[in-house]
Design a protein around this ligand. Structure first.
Ligand code: CP
Length: 346
């Protein structure tokens, strides 16, 4: 039987001490400003995409290329369907077990990066078709982490999107400099589909790690997983910030320095899209618009992208001077360069 590996992985920012997060942010900004150079010459990162992506796919490829290494994409119809269950008789549709795939790829490559938000693949309308308890186990990501002998990077799982969190932290630091005492509002936004919570979870942790005064705004019923809220509260206390929840978007945005919008599916409706669809149809006023942004302290608008114009946020906000969504997307690359150089460098 294969032993569980003890390799250092990057699965969730909350696995790292806050000093290490700060070090990654500083390195990303130094790399961006050309103050330092790092090399991954001769190194290969295998990127396994089980879901669609623009930013993550391209920013990982360009990050490796700028460091002198290469990213090798493994996705779509070019790979076998993998099995993750233990003690299984593989006489169905799966061709190869993760117990072979992960160690084999570890012999060829210096790191593995996985995007597997299983929920996205299950339905066109809702991320939530199974049980949250099951999805929360992140079987695909954690199986690769268990059986790989090289670092595994989470490029978005069911629970976390730590590279988005790290990229957002770099962007906030770049914009504000000192982040302590600054107000960060993470607001739910209307969207016609029930999206996964992973990005919100990691974006929230990023603001908590920066010691900001964090306000999470969402309609009643769209509460995040209590375990994630507990981690966020612990991290924000460690960093000297504060944390509160608001059910009033307009009130929450008062005096905000940063407004980050994101939609996600409601846990009480998990696996019951028809019920959620009716409830969420009443929430179309949860859109970030100019009057709401006028309540902020000339706040900057962030969104992980892709974004639905005039649904989650008005085009006036998105195209306006306060929008930093393109910088935010760019900084995914610098953040990942810092991460890759640290994780795969000699
Ligand atoms: N924000 C983000 O992860 O974008 P992609 O899904 O396009 O990679």
């Amino acid at each position: 039987m294969l032993q569980q590996q003890t390799t250092t992985h990057f699965l969730n920012t909350a696995d790292l001490p806050q000093e290490e997060i700060q070090a990654l942010i500083s390195l990303a900004l130094d790399l961006k400003q050309g103050k330092v150079q790092k090399s991954l010459a001769g190194k290969t990162l295998a990127t396994l995409f089980f879901n669609p992506s623009v930013r993550t796919r391209v920013s990982f490829a360009t990050a490796m290329s700028r460091l002198g290494g290469q990213a090798l994409e493994i996705s779509g119809n070019n790979v076998w369907s993998f099995e993750y269950a233990d003690d299984v008789v593989m006489d169905g549709s799966t061709i190869e077990h993760v117990k072979e795939v992960a160690p084999v790829l570890s012999r060829y490559c210096d790191g593995l990066a996985i995007r597997c938000s299983e929920l996205v693949t299950k339905s066109t309308e809702s991320a939530s078709t199974g049980s949250w308890a099951e999805s929360k186990q992140d079987i695909v990501l954690n199986s690769f982490a268990k059986y790989a002998s090289v670092p595994v990077i989470n490029m978005e799982s069911n629970v976390y999107h730590p590279c988005q969190g790290l990229g957002d932290a770099v962007t906030i630091k770049e914009q504000l400099g000192e982040t302590k005492g600054k107000k960060y509002v993470h607001t739910w936004a209307y969207h016609p589909k029930a999206l996964p919570m992973a990005t919100t979870n990691s974006q929230l942790l990023a603001a908590c790690d920066l010691g900001m005064d964090v306000v999470l705004a969402h309609p009643q019923g769209w509460e995040l997983d209590p375990e994630i809220l507990e981690v966020a509260q612990k991290r924000v206390i460690q960093s000297g910030g504060s944390f509160s929840i608001s059910y009033d978007q307009k009130e929450a945005l008062e005096d905000a320095d940063i407004v980050c919008a994101k939609s996600w599916g409601a846990l009480p409706y998990y696996g019951n899209w028809e019920a959620e669809k009716q409830a969420r149809a009443q929430l179309k006023d949860w859109i970030v618009d100019e009057p709401k942004m006028a309540r902020t302290r000339q706040g900057k608008f962030m969104h992980c992208l892709p974004v639905r114009r005039n649904v989650e946020v008005t085009q006036g906000v998105l195209d306006g001077p306060g929008s930093i969504v393109i910088d935010e997307a760019e900084n995914r690359m610098w953040a990942q360069m810092a991460l890759l150089a640290t994780l795969l460098g000699n």
